[in-house]
Ligand binder design. Sequence first.
Ligand SMILES: Nc1ncnc2c1ncn2[C@@H]1O[C@H](COP(=O)(O)OP(=O)(O)OP(=O)(O)O)[C@@H](O)[C@H]1O
Ligand SMILES: [Mg+2]
Length: 376
Amino acid sequence: MKLPIPSLKPSAAWVTDLTDKYRFNPGVQTTVQIIFLQVGLTLLSVLVFGWAIKYAQEDTIGYITQHVQDLVNGTATTSGTLPQSIAAVRNRTYTYVFAGMVALNILFGYLIARFALRPGRQTIRFQKRFIGNVAHEIRTPLAIIKTSTEVALFDPHLSKEIRDTMEGTIVELDRISETINNLLSFDSLLRPKTMAFEPVDLAHIAQTVCDRHQEFAASRGIKLACELTEGSFVLGNATALDQVITNLTKNAINYTPSNKNGQATVTVGRAQDGRVALSVIDTGIGIEQKDLYHIFEPFYRADTSRARGIGTGSSGLGLAIVNEIIRLHHGTITLRSAVGHGTTIKVSFPPAKDSPQLPLLAPSGSPLEATLDFSA
Ligand SMILES: Nc1ncnc2c1ncn2[C@@H]1O[C@H](COP(=O)(O)OP(=O)(O)OP(=O)(O)O)[C@@H](O)[C@H]1O
Ligand SMILES: [Mg+2]
């Protein structure tokens, strides 16, 4: 008689499902690895405890036997009383157990950070690479659409409505391109090996940024003032530093209400401590304290600017890029802000070697509220 053989299919599917989950889900991988490490820690802890208890028992029994033998023989050579000896054994056991537990926890903490959290770190790396790839892929078609629209605008027979729509399209395309460029530079900043560093005059870079933004500031009814001391040399990458000043200046203009006598000031010179200092000061909407600690995170936008619809179309990447570039230049960034009064962002860099001695900038006292310091 042929016995029915139970089908292995359901259990095989179950196992495949589970292994797939483990292989492709970093959360599951991390959880499983942490559980295994914890089980290992528990087993080792039991071993340490077992050894310590066995050691304490054997030692205590040894002391008692010795003590009893001394009493019987009348040769009381054992130093101290029996309870004292047992207390000494107990204390030594506690010390060994404590030291063993601390060492085991340090070891397992390290193992968890090194191995169990690796899937999470890998996911972040994949995400960054994905963002970079997508940005790269979108850039070319965007440029083509923009060029085609610009060419189409040359047609003199276009009606006013169509012309307005197409011009609006170009403005939106420019915004998307800017976001894409931000994403790309954020991605390349995470792999900075190709960035060339040389002595560059920060004042010179700031001047070009100021010139580029005068029209934008004027269009919003904001005065853009630039006080630059030439010869403020730092060892850096001109393109990246241009991006720092551009992002800060654009923020200063964007987040200052238009046509209300607002002012943005860009200053470059030598600070009291001898470092090269850049400051961008505005009289804008300011940043709430709760947002201060987050605005340097990628894609973070403060509620105030969202609620007021300021800087719509922006990606929240500007300050993340600024922070990353400053870190690569061993600079520091200090931010002071008061809601409704304005924001002061100060950046300082080590001066390039052999740079000329410049007059010191006056120390600035500001009535603003919150300070945040990012050191390289
Ligand atoms: N000078 C400023 N005054 C007030 N708020 C600011 C200022 N600079 C930055 N912020 C706030 O910090 C947030 C993050 O700034 P960040 O420059 O990183 O992004 P963004 O300006 O929103 O977008 P992007 O710069 O990528 O176009 C802004 O959304 C804004 O809320
Ligand atoms: Mg910005």
